[in-house]
Design a binder for this molecule. Structure first.
Ligand code: ZN
Length: 362
């Protein structure tokens, strides 16, 4: 699936086929000869690649999905059929292939912004971010890092509550869900299940976890922001299990399923990275005189952001093991500045995402 995956990066466009499509079709070799396409068959992958000019499409026999090099997914009513007479392309697909290659834009690709404008996940009406899960790390019997008389669970909760209050003011329509809003213990599964269950309602959301760091080196200091990355060291099978709940209705074909899942994973990880970049930049711009920026990083295998199906980040707001920083993190005006940075970054990401029906790199 390597090649297929290479074709899939940013966006997905769903196009359903019209009911008028005729049941008949054409054998793929005859089609490519007649219309000047080159045909490549990758037997080991059971994949067919049709190419004409700058346009390329990957087809899978018996699948109702086709993938173009313009990062579009075509959902087909009639599958590409593997028969004794060869591979038959349904006529509706043929029409679309001819239409696609007629357009001058394929020989002269659009700038990426244009593509993003017309892109969405799976359904444009569901393409706005409607909720955010704010996850104050630790709580109850689990204090997190404790240094210099400051416990992490307390700092995390105060900052999380401030983030929520600022976000509510910026966007009264955004639904804010806390994994905890007081000093209680919630398991890691409990936290990520909230995100998974909410996204089952077919709304877009974000997941932001807030923590404070500690290091054996008492001089370590600074903020850092982790994001979910499909390229991270952690195997993403757990995450794919979460995606499955969302994707299953789209296709019962396991092969198509795998592709869409992978695409979804890549897209979510890209969005997670952008969200982390927005947040990191906004937080650092407010605390730059007081601490370092350790930057934006692909996730360590943090449970809450890997067992999840939303764009997910984990913000480390500072080091409690550093006495100066521990003091700072208990200072309410510093807490407010950090919270304002996190909320502003989130709000900027949401505004950008909702207005572009997709996402743009900050
Ligand atoms: Zn923590």
């Amino acid at each position: 699936m390597k090649l297929v995956i290479c074709l899939l990066t940013l966006s997905i466009v769903t196009l359903s086929e019209g009911k008028s499509s005729k049941p008949s079709g054409m054998e793929v070799k005859s089609f490519s000869r007649k219309y000047g396409f080159s045909l490549r068959v990758r037997l080991e992958k059971e994949e067919l690649i049709l190419k004409k000019g700058a346009f390329k499409v990957s087809l899978l026999p018996n699948a109702t999905v086709a993938l173009t090099n313009r990062q579009e997914v075509w959902f087909l009513k009639t599958p590409v059929l593997l028969t004794n007479n060869g591979v038959i392309l349904p006529s509706s697909l043929i029409e679309r292939l001819l239409k696609a290659t007629k357009k001058a834009e394929y020989s002269n690709p659009k700038p990426i912004e244009k593509i993003i404008e017309t892109s969405n996940r799976f359904n444009s009406s569901k393409d706005k971010i409607k909720f955010i899960v704010l996850d104050a790390g630790h709580g109850g019997k689990d204090p997190g890092n404790v240094h210099h008389g400051v416990s992490e669970k307390k700092v995390n909760l105060i900052i999380t509550q401030k983030v929520a209050a600022i976000l509510k003011k910026k966007d009264p329509n955004l639904r804010i869900v806390f994994t905890r809003n007081d000093d209680r213990f919630i398991s890691l599964e409990g936290r990520s299940n909230m995100a998974v269950n909410l996204s089952r309602l077919n709304h877009q959301g974000l997941f932001v976890s807030i923590h404070a760091n500690a290091s054996l080196n008492s001089k370590s200091k600074g903020i850092e922001t982790y994001f979910y990355s499909s390229n991270g060291s952690h195997k993403s099978h757990e995450r794919i299990r979460c995606f499955r709940n969302l994707i299953l209705p789209l296709s019962q074909n396991p092969k198509v399923h795998k592709i869409i899942t992978k695409m979804y994973d890549l897209q979510i990880s890209k969005e997670s990275k952008y969200l982390a970049q927005y947040v990191n930049r906004e937080v650092y711009s407010r605390v730059r005189n007081k601490t370092n920026n350790r930057g934006v990083k692909a996730h360590k295998p943090y449970f809450v952001i890997t067992h999840n199906n939303l764009p997910s980040i984990l913000v480390e707001v500072g080091f409690l093991s550093n006495s100066q920083e521990a003091r700072m993190l208990m200072n309410s005006s510093h807490q407010y500045q950090v919270a304002l940075g996190i909320a502003t970054g989130i709000h900027r990401f949401i505004t950008q995402f909702n207005n572009s029906k997709g996402f743009l790199e900050p």
